[in-house]
Design a protein around this ligand. Structure first.
Ligand code: SF4
Ligand code: SF4
Length: 261
């Protein structure tokens, strides 16, 4: 348990991290992964997203909501899919209506209270989809700022939330640089993706991985060199989000464009 002074200091450090400039992303150095393999537990869960395969159907979002009992119509979700549209004038438009639960049914960009924005097809230079979820960071600021130890990291590297300990203060929600946490509308405590820990611990895939018809998502053990996910991460050009924050995300992306934040 940390004292009040330590807690405040950690919270300031974490919130300060949010003000860092948003450099897009860095190419991940597989040597880091190799070094990490040398330590600790035999399992280290990691996730691979192949953005080149995602078509934005939203099946993963639906499956996640049902599996993890996040109210279907609530405007919150553990995982979501963003649509990026880059135009000739260099602008990037991003939307994710309902987290893409129902896919992207309109070619117009949903700009929330600014309405729908229509982009003439001849103006589009690039368009793609990017699934997002908790990165199960190796250095998770969300864990550091929790004053009661309700959010913690398992030995196999998944960040979990103990609902019975969470006091709903929201510090972890503010402390996550990836904005993946939210208040559960029913339980009124912090909520986020946990790689379907109840499933992967039993040898199953996550609900989103099983639901994706295009193989855009996969989960694996980063400490097993024969795991197909590990092999790809070790041998191909993968990226992580906001590497400059030092959180060491364990969600790796293939084919990530520089516009993605
Ligand atoms: S992505 Fe956010 S919620 Fe997930 S481990 Fe990292 S800091 Fe915590
Ligand atoms: S189910 Fe697969 S293809 Fe469909 S949105 Fe999710 S990641 Fe993309």
């Amino acid at each position: 348990m940390i004292n009040r002074r330590q807690f405040c200091k950690r919270a300031i450090i974490a919130v300060g991290g949010l003000m860092l400039p948003l450099a897009a992303l860095e190419i991940f150095d597989p040597r880091t992964l190799q070094a990490e393999k040398e330590t600790g537990n035999k399992t280290r869960w990691g996730f691979l997203v192949d953005t080149r395969k995602c078509v934005g159907c939203g099946f993963c979002v639906k499956a996640c909501k049902i599996e993890n009992e996040v109210p279907y119509d609530a405007n919150v979700t553990r995982t979501w899919v963003e649509r990026y549209v880059v135009t000739r004038d260099g602008k990037t438009y991003i939307d994710s209506p309902k987290g893409a639960r129902d896919g992207f049914t309109s070619p117009k960009i949903d700009q929330n209270h600014h309405g729908m924005h229509e982009i003439p097809p001849q103006e589009v230079t690039k368009a793609f989809f990017v699934p997002k979820l908790c990165n199960q960071c190796e250095n998770p600021p969300c864990v550091q700022v929790c004053p009661v130890g309700a959010t913690y990291q398992t030995e196999d590297g998944v960040v979990l939330i103990d609902r019975t300990w969470c006091i709903g203060c929201g510090y972890c929600i503010m402390g996550c640089p990836y904005s993946v946490r939210f208040f559960h509308p029913v339980h009124h405590v912090a909520e986020k993706c946990n790689f379907c820990y109840h499933r992967i611990s039993q040898g199953m895939k996550t609900a989103c991985v099983d639901a994706c018809p295009f193989g855009a998502r996969s989960v694996g053990n980063l400490k097993d060199p024969d795991d197909p996910v590990t092999r790809i991460i070790m041998t191909e050009r993968v990226s992580v989000l906001k590497e400059e924050y030092g959180t060491k995300p364990q969600v790796f992306y293939l084919g990530l464009s520089k516009e993605v934040k």
